[in-house]
Design a protein around this ligand. Sequence first.
Ligand SMILES: NC(=O)c1ccc[n+]([C@@H]2O[C@H](COP(=O)([O-])OP(=O)(O)OC[C@H]3O[C@@H](n4cnc5c(N)ncnc54)[C@H](OP(=O)(O)O)[C@@H]3O)[C@@H](O)[C@H]2O)c1
Length: 410
Amino acid sequence: MSFSAKSGASLSSWAARWWWWRRQPSCAAAAPAWSCFGGSWSRPILDMSYSRHFLDFQGSSIPSSMKKLVVTKLSQNFREAVTLQQDSPVPLPGDGDLLVRNRFVGINASDINYSAGRYDASVKPPFDIGFEGVGEVVALGLGASADYTVGQAVAYVKAGSFAEYTVVPARQAVPLPSVKPEFLTLMVSGATAYLSLKELGDLSEGKKVLVTAAAGGTGQFAVQLAKTAKCHVIGTCSSDEKGGFLKSIGCDRTINYKTENVESVLRKDYPEGVDVVYESVGGKMFDLALNALAIKGRLIVIGFIAGYQNPTGFQPIKAELLPAKLLKKSASVHGFFLNHYLSDYKMALQHLLKMYERGDLVCEVDFGDMSPEGKFTGLESVFRAVDYMYMGKNIGKIVVELPHSVNSKL
Ligand SMILES: NC(=O)c1ccc[n+]([C@@H]2O[C@H](COP(=O)([O-])OP(=O)(O)OC[C@H]3O[C@@H](n4cnc5c(N)ncnc54)[C@H](OP(=O)(O)O)[C@@H]3O)[C@@H](O)[C@H]2O)c1
């Protein structure tokens, strides 16, 4: 399958330079950081800036304590599980680490799976939460200063982003041209859609692709990537406003499951079935999507959000019928979990960043402006943002902005 229909970006584009830079062994080792971006100046090999940064850290621009969210009790009820700590010590970066001041943090459906201890049963509270952030480097270890410097905009995927500051290993960070919320949408949501469809979707021109929760954080990318592969895309959602957004990003047929019967629509409009399902709702939606598969159809299990608020984390499906249903159609069901595809993660991100830079990808951000108490601003609003997602209100990726409370020299 090929996602990129249009011409490639030139090496002068930011994303291409980023990718080229990450591949240079000299950059990963000891070369002056900015010389690899093709700039006319380079820093001395003996990096004196480190001591200045460290002194800066000891000075007044970075406080000694900060706010962060901590899981204090295992529960899928986010408000019960999570506590806002007001005066946690700001962590110190180790040799290969960056200290990132978070500006935007992403809400994920699985934040409540994480707070329920479903990711790693051996981890006991208290523990940090929040999967991803975008911000700027405010201090760093000497090892990390080979590739980074204070002021660099970065994004990362690492537990503990629901905090004013997060220590991020430099190798896990992605340098960015600027601190923008759109970049955050690609880190988990975009990469999940790209890698799962590339590895498991077997997309090609004319195939019919059903995306459930299509107007959400990851659904929006599944729709657009399937369209880029010249597929016919059907998207489910819960409101006409979401349907309008889906149309705007190229979705061929939207189904508002609150006003239309998804099963009947699929049976009537797609009597031969759908070739691929990007399924992230679970329960009844899983069952009807499975029934709608074409011969040799593929259903990719991305998640099952409809069950996450249950104590078990699941909603029942008609599993006993599964073998017969698959056999009758030579169909298949595939699970996809981003953590198992990390070897391809940088490639995926590079691809998505190039698409975004070329204007070929909409990265819709929902700051909750239309939510009852307005925009999600500050760590306190993470609770509201999680509620908003579980009310099914969001269009695009839910992002919380963390305004800077400290006067910075940066
Ligand atoms: N496998 C992986 O590695 C991976 C990575 C990222 C995300 N995911 C999965 O992808 C799915 C979407 O996650 P996301 O973070 O991008 O969230 P999201 O799609 O931005 O938000 C959730 C959306 O799901 C829809 N939904 C349908 N039934 C729901 C229900 N019973 N309760 C709440 N929402 C419901 C709602 O939209 P409508 O009702 O309008 O459709 C809601 O807006 C989740 O299942 C998540 O676990 C998996």
